[in-house]
Design a protein around this ligand. Sequence first.
Ligand SMILES: [Zn+2]
Length: 263
Amino acid sequence: MIVKQIWTGNSYRNFNYLIACPETGDALAIDPLDHEKCLKAAKDAGWTITQILNTHEHRDHTGGNEQMVRKTGAEIIAHQNAGDRIAGMARGLGAGDIVSVGKTVELETLDTPGHTMSHVCLLSHTDQPALFCGDTLFNAGAGNCHNGGHPAQLYKTFAEQLARLPAATRIYPGHDYIENNLRFTLNREPDNARAAEMLAALGGQDPSQAYVSTLEVEREINTFFRLTSPTVIAKLREAFSDLPDNPDPRTVFLKLRELRNSW
Ligand SMILES: [Zn+2]
């Protein structure tokens, strides 16, 4: 499996991806908003884009579909319930469904509601797994729930699916938000030395050569995985005085999600 992360350079800070089979040169384009950059990258590498995967229905993820289909004839794949919001969807995915690319690449569908209710992440079947997580999980952050999402569902997705993936899983999100998200982590957990180190190292990074984290790293720097940290809980109590003594992780997650909205 070859992964090419494509920085769009747009104001939404989208990352698009090409996933290619090294044997056949077939490629899957994930959320190819910047269809021109994706097509150029495929051409430069000698790949043929045969499938388009939309992690979810938001326009900054699907907006390149039409041009991409026109130029490649690629098939559009997305969550099975997204068909009425994604024009031309050819295949609907449910949990556990496999997306194959060429002869060698297998990607497993995770049904991951929260950011929207029709959101999928793809997990590669490779020695070191890779997770293509759209707007569900970001480096040091979590997706918002403003446009068709639900915070309690997002918590469930984090707790029951993402947190249980192998520590070495590489994280490929839909946007470059790492700098701002690390600032939020430090706002919530000022004694998080790893987050402070990473902000110093990655602040102002060139997103076309972006740092790729792992789940193990996210557990250290992502507030939404640090729901039992005493500092996180103590700081949260400053904002929510009614927080119980030993708040359950779900409550902490939901309060953090709420704070992040206005931060
Ligand atoms: Zn979105």
